[in-house]
Ligand binder design. Sequence first.
Ligand SMILES: [Zn+2]
Length: 82
Amino acid sequence: MRAGMVRAKVCSKCKLKKPASDFSIGTTFRYRKRLDDYVKRTKLNSECKACITKRVTTWRKANVKRNMVYQSKYHRILRRQK
Ligand SMILES: [Zn+2]
């Protein structure tokens, strides 16, 4: 077993301990002064997949109206350009 491998993680949202497979992997870039370079690192998300799905669904529901306004505005701009 490699050191630093995450087997289980506590979700920052629901505070439940879940296996690493329940978290999606995100990419972050870290600047290393000594090497003057950015190091690409993969990191597990702090929220589990279930919480992210829930958040996105809630956000979508709350923003349906706003999205519709935005989209109609966007189409108007497209039509004007033609
Ligand atoms: Zn969660």
